[in-house]
Design a protein around this ligand. Structure first.
Ligand code: C5P
Length: 276
């Protein structure tokens, strides 16, 4: 059996430059893996017929072929034309649909675990399988810190920063990713302009979705974080998760406690280095 951690991601920078013919958007993002994680226990054996048994400790998630973990297993087996009995147990800790890449990271961890067992893939193979599963899956496969472009799937590793402490907090309400992109299209006139691509924002901590996904709790969480010595705060992905960066573990712990006290889910975590 292989145990694999699926780390959450935060977007340290996220801008959208254009809308593409395939309906996706070109983005420029710096993504960072953090220690908040799901844990997957995976066992797999060659067999005459493929059987996938998925157990997740969160009943809100489906465990059939609609689940991205299930799809990842099928993609891996089909890519190598092999059949296997696969058992996966998932301990889910990353909040679902929060902009933290939990589903993508589970998919990436599944691919890493299966390849630990079967040892068939090159890094390039895994990235090719990953991209079919979702725009953020290639980044989650590599982890660490990276510049992600295209629809997010073109991943260029960046040097790891010194260990950084973050608090991630989540309030009420959420906007689905497709809906957030549709709202952006409306606000930015489908990114149509006479002088080509929209110029990227020249600001170090920026998320274009922050003002689009304008939920009350986002500004309230940011305010609490800033009052408690956050160096900066930013929404992650298309939200609603917000993270704050803190100068050390102690100040992050204090902010986490205060956010809990104010009724928010809050998670103290730190940056993690790349997996591959
Ligand atoms: O790739 P993924 O399945 O995560 O994307 C989910 C949805 O988010 C897409 O169907 C699309 O509506 C939107 N999206 C986008 N541009 C991106 C990534 C996602 O428009 N770069």
């Amino acid at each position: 059996m292989v145990t694999e951690k699926a780390f959450a991601k935060i977007n340290l920078f996220l801008d959208v430059t254009s809308r593409r013919e395939d309906g996706y958007h070109n983005i420029i993002s710096v993504m960072q893996s953090v220690s908040l994680c799901d844990t997957l226990h995976v066992s797999a054996l060659y067999a005459d017929d493929t059987q996938i048994r998925l157990y997740i400790d969160d009943p809100k998630l489906s465990t059939d072929e609609n689940n991205l973990i299930y799809k990842s297993v099928l993609s891996y087996l089909e890519h190598y034309d092999i059949k296997a009995e696969v058992d996966i147990k998932v301990f889910k800790r990353i909040p679902i649909g929060a902009g933290l890449g939990g589903g993508s990271s589970d998919a990436a961890a599944t691919l890493r675990a299966l390849d630990n067992i079967f040892n068939l893939a090159t890094e390039e193979d895994l990235l090719n399988i990953a991209v079919e599963l979702g725009s953020d899956v290639p980044f989650c496969l590599l982890g660490g810190r990276a510049l992600c472009t295209g629809r997010g799937e073109r991943v260029e590793k960046l040097a790891d920063l010194p260990l950084s402490y973050y608090v991630i907090a989540i309030g009420e309400g959420r906007v689905s990713t497709p809906r957030a992109y549709a709202d952006l299209d409306r606000i930015y006139n489908n990114f149509v302009s006479t002088d080509g691509e929209r110029k990227i924002t020249n600001y170090p901590f920026y998320n274009i979705f922050e003002n689009v996904v304008a939920l009350d709790d986002i500004s309230k969480i940011k305010e609490i974080m800033i009052k408690n010595e956050a160096e900066y705060t930013l929404m992650s992905g298309s939200g609603p998760a917000v993270f704050g960066k803190f100068k050390d573990q102690k100040s992050a712990e204090t902010a986490e406690e205060i956010l809990h006290g104010a009724g928010y889910s809050a998670y103290l975590c730190h940056s993690v280095k790349g997996a591959l």
